[in-house]
Design a protein around this ligand. Sequence first.
Ligand SMILES: NC(=O)C1=CN([C@@H]2O[C@H](COP(=O)(O)OP(=O)(O)OC[C@H]3O[C@@H](n4cnc5c(N)ncnc54)[C@H](OP(=O)(O)O)[C@@H]3O)[C@@H](O)[C@H]2O)C=CC1
Ligand SMILES: O=C(O)C1=N[C@H](C(=O)O)C[C@H](O)C1
Length: 267
Amino acid sequence: MTHRIAIAGSSGRMGRTLIEAVLAADDCRLAAALDQPDSPALGQDAGAFLGQASGVAIGADVEAGLTQAQYLIDFTRPEGTLAHLLACRARGVKAVIGTTGFSEAQKAQIAEIARDIAIVMAPNMSVGVNVVLKLLDMAARALDQGYDIEIIEAHHRHKVDAPSGTALKMGEVVAAALGRDLKQCAVYGREGVTGERDPSTIGFATVRGGDIVGDHTVLFAGTGERIEITHKSSSRATYAQGSLRAVRFLAGRSTGLYGMDDVLGMA
Ligand SMILES: NC(=O)C1=CN([C@@H]2O[C@H](COP(=O)(O)OP(=O)(O)OC[C@H]3O[C@@H](n4cnc5c(N)ncnc54)[C@H](OP(=O)(O)O)[C@@H]3O)[C@@H](O)[C@H]2O)C=CC1
Ligand SMILES: O=C(O)C1=N[C@H](C(=O)O)C[C@H](O)C1
């Protein structure tokens, strides 16, 4: 079976990584490569950055791009993803969403669109991070008394949202395991005279710099010991391969909102 895939944000860091992965996959075909209307890449072959002719020119017309596609993979920005999803719904195109930084209202809109088309959405498509999420659930349940929980993430200088979608997901998993609501217990950075640490909080710290692909650590700090669960990405290819696994998973679904735990059989 060949999966015909459109890529949104095709000149972005993830867009390019995804194009490379699609062109290399025997069971996938690049159906369209989309960019913003002011992109200097419009009209270029989508494989040009690889020195490869894909036969697909980068375009800005989403409706036209989706006519040839069964799936859209979207790693852009929340407002772009939502506009693309409306076009997907109109054409019955399934979607894999890697974009992070959605508001609660935007997430509700995506859930509503998923009543009509099948969508996989995850803040991190790597297998490793999704295994870590399971480890965190186990660790938080076992360390539910006497351990302060802090989530530290580091990303490249170009990242626009903080904390990362992955860090927030890690916080949600830990909070749920402890019967807490992350919205009530999250502390995002500290400055000045903060007072002693409230043990019911989950702290977040963000680092931005250079070309760091993505590092996440969850620290359980007790008295006399510390447990650190860390994941480090060294290549965006892991996110792209996870996205293609999500496409293959969607082949058998017509509607619904799924996560990478569903794709990986870990739900
Ligand atoms: N789920 C996962 O596994 C991962 C998720 N991500 C997330 O993916 C997203 C993209 O990351 P990254 O590739 O590094 O970002 P980049 O900035 O490199 O790429 C974003 C692309 O989207 C385009 N874009 C921006 N705004 C819009 C819009 N409103 N409509 C259409 N296209 C738009 C950009 O075009 P232009 O340059 O012209 O603005 C660019 O081509 C982020 O939210 C990031 O957090 C990243 C890695 C892994
Ligand atoms: O912007 C990135 O680069 C990444 N974003 C995702 C996030 O916000 O969690 C996933 C990964 O960490 C890389």
